[in-house]
Design a protein around this ligand. Structure first.
Ligand SMILES: C[S@@+](CC[C@H](N)C(=O)[O-])C[C@H]1O[C@@H](n2cnc3c(N)ncnc32)[C@H](O)[C@@H]1O
Length: 345
């Protein structure tokens, strides 16, 4: 199992599971402590002093502001991305007025991959990070020179297989075969609908090499130890039930010297800016979701899930506790999003 397992830390949690019960976004103003042991930005206070109650809630987590079972959360998250897959890119542009593109560009700049890098992009969805990576390392669009990658590119071929848990691994070996200039990105996502949109985009953009697609859960990656030079996860980790497990898995699949990088929504510390941001998030985004994608609930979840995610310092501590070194973060747009980075040394 992961080399990082067994490491100790204040923030080390066998399960990252926030059990906060909140009724509305105003409660988001109550949390701020980077030392909340659950890693969640909400205060858990006296609700959990009763040990029996703790026991009965052991498998509870949050889905936005709802308290749900872990299994229910996974299903609900799956449904969200299945519902939004075809409108996902459009909605990202509308909600952020295109700013998500700048954040992703800045993420790649900070990552600065060199040609020859083998990248695993987890929760890679429709491929935004993967395509930027290929462009950055200079993999030529429209190239057809790699037999392994041209197999990997086909979304409807028969080369996929399922393991006993139903995890589908497409073109099992393609991730281990870098392309002609040595660069390769493996996009891993739990949701087939998102991967399908990504594959169609790859085809329309002319990428027939350098990229492969794996259906799998970030918490139990269907990939071998010590395989990748870099691991990226953009706007994906907050949707996972056990955040610490995701980070531990990242550590396991990275080669020694490999880099973990995460782009995720984070905490706006300035109270005035936060209040403007909260108003926009809760009053505008679900409405946009309804108008553009016919889906209020998924976008309500999106804004709620952002408030449930650990803040910059807590998340950095979780990355350190997985064993990563030189951990740091950079805020984007006053902390609306943040880039975290760490190395497996
Ligand atoms: C907001 S999208 C981000 C997509 C892409 N990285 C981007 O930046 O545009 C979140 C993605 O996380 C995926 N996801 C959620 N839970 C996951 C899990 N446990 N393992 C892998 N992917 C997961 C969803 O299917 C979805 O594609």
């Amino acid at each position: 199992m992961a080399a990082s397992f067994g490491k100790q830390s204040l923030f080390r949690l066998s399960r990252f599971s926030c059990r906060c019960k909140t009724s509305g976004f105003l409660n988001t103003k109550l949390f701020a402590s980077p030392l909340v042991t659950s890693g969640c930005r909400h205060s858990s206070s006296s609700a959990h002093t009763n040990s029996n109650k703790q026991e009965s809630e052991k498998h509870e987590t949050h889905f936005g502001f709802q308290s749900v079972s872990e299994e229910e959360k996974e299903n609900k998250v799956y449904e969200v991305f299945e519902n939004v897959a075809t409108k996902y890119d459009l909605m990202n542009d509308a909600m952020s007025a295109g700013v998500h593109r700048l954040w992703k560009d800045m993420f790649l700049e900070r990552f600065s991959p060199t040609p020859g890098t083998k990248l695993l992009d987890v929760a890679g969805g429709t491929g935004d990070i993967a395509f930027r990576f290929l462009k950055y390392v200079g993999t030529p669009v429209g190239s057809t020179f790699s037999s392994s990658a041209s197999v990997a590119q086909s979304s409807s071929d028969d080369s996929s297989s399922s393991d006993s848990e139903g995890t589908q691994v497409e073109n099992k070996d393609s991730f281990s075969e870098p392309d002609i200039n040595g660069s390769h990105v493996t996009v891993c996502d739990i949701n087939q609908a998102m991967l399908d949109v990504g594959k169609a985009k790859a085809k329309s953009m002319g990428y027939s090499s350098g990229i492969s697609w794996v259906k799998g859960n970030a918490e139990v990656l269907p990939l071998p130890d010590n395989t990748f030079d870099a691991y990226t996860i953009a706007f994906g980790i907050r949707n996972c039930t056990h955040v610490q497990k995701v980070i531990d898995e990242a550590y396991r699949v990275l080669k020694p010297g490999g880099r973990f990088m995460c782009l995720e929504f984070s905490e706006v510390k300035n109270p005035l800016l936060r209040s403007v941001y909260d108003s926009y998030s809760f009053q505008v985004i679900p409405v946009m979701g309804q108008v553009i994608a016919g889906d209020w609930k998924s976008y309500q979840y999106l804004v709620e899930s952002i408030r449930q995610f650990p803040n910059q310092e807590t998340f950095a501590a979780m990355i350190k506790s997985a064993g990563f070194r030189f951990v740091n973060y950079k805020n984007l747009t006053f902390g609306v999003a943040a880039i975290h980075s760490g190395f497996k040394i």
